[in-house]
Ligand binder design. Sequence first.
Ligand SMILES: Cc1ncc(COP(=O)(O)O)c(C=O)c1O
Length: 343
Amino acid sequence: MTTASQTINLPRIDLRGFTSPVQFLPRLSEELGIEVWAKRDDLGSVGLAGNKVRKLEMELAHAKALGATHIVTEGSRHSNATRAAAAAAAAIGMKCTLVLCHDEPKEPVGNLLLDALFGADLRLVGDVSWVELARLAEDVIRELEAGGERVYRLPIGSATGRGATSFARAYIEADEQIQAQGATFNTIVHASSAGSTHAGLTLGRAISRKATRIIGVIVAGEVYDDVPGNYLRLANEAASLIAPSISIAPSDLEMTEDYLGEGYGKPAAGVMEAVDLMARLEGIVVDPVYTAKAVAAIIDMARRKTIEGPVLFWHTGGYHAIFDPSYTSTIWSSLARLRDIRL
Ligand SMILES: Cc1ncc(COP(=O)(O)O)c(C=O)c1O
């Protein structure tokens, strides 16, 4: 059997120190009448884990090789990606500056608190557009370079072909893990925004010559232009780095906006039920911005019988959002109603 590390040998810094488990979810499976497993990328050490850490293992190895001293990236004050970048930079002794948009949360809570805790220099730029945010990040880079720093720019969400290769490796890793447990999976479902997770998993499937259906549940459709085009570009950039004979076609990618609801970080049907079922049946936390939308998709498709099991829910992390008051109050009021809890 070809192992993940034999297949993909680009430089990588090990930031996680362990292989996240693939676990059977017996009680959710019984509830939905379909076998459901989880790949627990929400577990780990550096930066409180999540899918971004995998990408950073590739990106920061590259940054080090180029002699960079300083990481600059941008995102919202809620961003899991910026929090992971701050933590990873701390762990390998690089400086990190984060350019953060939005006005909420006002208080230093959730990922914003963690960004500061991990020692990042925070540039809070208010409620600007994503285009303006990228421009402001460029200004910060110029300023740091003028001061003698060697800056490595991480694009928003670490969405690069190099970052995506980490998810090709991850596909192979999960496939090995499930086979070792005498099982297989026919479908993977994961939360998707900037796209390198989906692009990488799709490439991993092509390298493994498997037919797994991989569904990217779009959670930020309105944030990015040309989502399918970007995903395709990321997948083929990743392929050019690790498997140049492979070409990913548009039809290889499967994304759905059916669970996006009102938009990024906004309510969607089924999200609170997903948070509730995962917590109550499996003791696993999913967050309303990302992973609960993927679980809502699994629940809905299982009920409508439009998904084939066994299903692997790829838990991409990110539950620190629930400690951010803008989400805590919504979760609490829905939960209190669902479970008739009074404080
Ligand atoms: C928890 C979580 N899940 C999923 C995603 C989506 O990952 P990608 O940007 O690779 O589509 C993100 C990225 O923002 C995330 O933070």
